[in-house]
Design a protein around this ligand. Structure first.
Ligand code: 5AD
Ligand code: SF4
Length: 421
């Protein structure tokens, strides 16, 4: 979501006469986007600012955007004198005006309210795009998991209308996008058109000529509809991959997390996905060391992982975020136990990921080549199952979808050769 937000802020500034540079030394304005989800992510802002101190001396204006501003705007301005403008996630459409208005002598600016208007109605349509593009269809979250800052930083759930979304999708495709990842903190809670769900939206987007692949993330298990699951069966452009975070394999921990499903219900949803699309790759997020998590609860998570079999996953140590109920819970777990559990879980997840990758050796499928590889003559892309794939191919094929045969697999990537379609 932050990559998407950065792109939209860039595009808004381009309309106002700015040009993009990736070299901070050349910039008049430096934009630092931030994440508040875990403490580690939040702290990155200050190490980044430290690196930018030189540029500031040369006169660059420093703008900090994102959820850290929403949560802690006044505090970060106090902590770092380098920041000129701080802007929250719902105010991005106001950024060009704030930069134009900015006058150092009049003092620094903070803009982090929840305006009545939606930023989406004011941001310009994209004129440039990467081959794999992001598109936010929904933002914010009403779930209030007890550990999570998102409902406070991004606000309550807001869904864009399909008309608005399709206009943006068409503009992205016109600008070169072949794949679109639909984004939302609770993406399958999308309700932008009365009586329609994300499955219907995906079928509409799939009609766009020139668009080859559709993905979506992140889904909330108990809001999954059979209609969306069916889209994996009837919509060829929808990729066989679902990110479905469970967070923990213990019903007791799920309850304390205020996740509104049980392990059994989650596994039923997984089974429904596999019935609709037997080859579907499933991934999840996990939190270890949630307050009160016993060794037995943690074992339940390991057992769940073994039963489901994940293609890839993200796992984190519980991070006590200010203002969340879980940060005040008794029975906080000591750091060394969290570390131990995380290592154990990650070893298992990595083993499963390796097995999943190895199972694709010899398979033939399409890869969208999105980046140059480290080695000359190699390009990187993603398989339908979201596996990073290294392909021997000339640079001119960048941005193309090629048919490949998988020749090798490690825990983190595949190697593949181009074959004729
Ligand atoms: N501590 C650890 N992990 C967290 N996540 C969200 N909040 C926290 C927290 N306080 C993780 C969840 C979520 C992912 C985006 O980040 O696993 O799915
Ligand atoms: Fe945070 Fe996701 Fe829970 Fe919403 S559903 S509160 S974004 S973890």
């Amino acid at each position: 979501m932050n990559v998407y937000d950065s792109v939209r802020m860039r595009d808004a500034l381009i309309v106002h006469g700015f040009k993009e540079t990736t070299k901070p030394g050349q910039a008049d304005v430096i934009l630092v986007n931030t994440c508040h989800i875990r403490e580690k992510a939040s702290e990155k802002l200050f190490s980044e600012l430290g690196r930018l101190a030189q540029e500031k001396k040369k006169g660059a204006l420093i703008v900090v955007a994102g959820c850290v501003v929403q949560a802690d705007g006044v505090e970060i301005l106090r902590r770092s004198k380098l920041i000129d403008i701080a802007i929250g996630p719902q105010n991005y459409h106001q950024l060009p005006e704030l930069i134009e208005k900015y006058n150092r002598k009049q003092g620094r600016i903070i803009k982090a309210d929840f305006p009545v208007e939606s930023k989406f109605d004011f941001l310009p349509l994209p004129k440039q795009s990467t081959a794999a593009a992001f598109l936010a269809v929904q933002e914010g979250c009403d779930h209030f998991c007890s550990y999570c800052v998102v409902p406070y930083t991004r606000g309550c759930e807001y869904s864009r209308s399909s008309k608005d979304i399709i206009a943006e999708a068409k503009a992205l495709v016109k600008a070169g996008a072949k794949e679109i990842m639909l984004l939302g903190q609770n993406v399958n809670g999308w309700h932008g058109d009365r009586g329609k769900d994300l499955g219907d939206l995906i079928r509409e987007i799939a009609k766009i000529l020139g668009l080859k692949r559709i993905r979506y993330t992140t889904s909330y298990p108990s809001e999954m509809t059979q209609n969306l699951i069916n889209a994996h069966k009837d919509t060829a452009k929808l990729m066989p991959y679902i990110h479905l975070p469970i967070q923990s394999g213990s019903d007791k921990v799920l309850k304390d997390m205020n996740r509104q499903y049980t392990v059994k219900q989650y596994e039923k949803i997984v089974a429904a996905f596999r019935k609709a699309r037997p080859d579907i790759a499933i991934s999840s997020d996990f939190i270890v060391g949630f307050p009160g998590e016993t060794e037995k609860d943690f074992e339940e998570t390991l057992k769940l992982v073994k039963r489901v079999g994940y293609a890839s996953s993200y796992s984190f140590k519980f991070s006590a975020r200010p203002g969340t109920p879980a940060s005040l819970m008794k029975n906080q777990i000591p750091e060394e136990i969290k570390t131990k559990r995380l290592m154990k879980l990650q070893a298992l997840l990595l083993k499963q990921q390796k097995e999943f990758n190895q199972k694709t050796i010899g398979k033939v499928f399409d890869v969208l080549l999105t980046e140059r590889g480290k080695v000359r003559g190699q390009l990187l892309g993603y398989s339908p199952y979201m596996q990073g794939t290294i392909v021997k191919a000339p640079t001119k094929m960048l941005g193309e979808i090629v048919r490949v045969k998988v020749t090798g697999a490690s825990a983190t990537s595949l190697t593949a050769e181009v074959v004729k379609k």
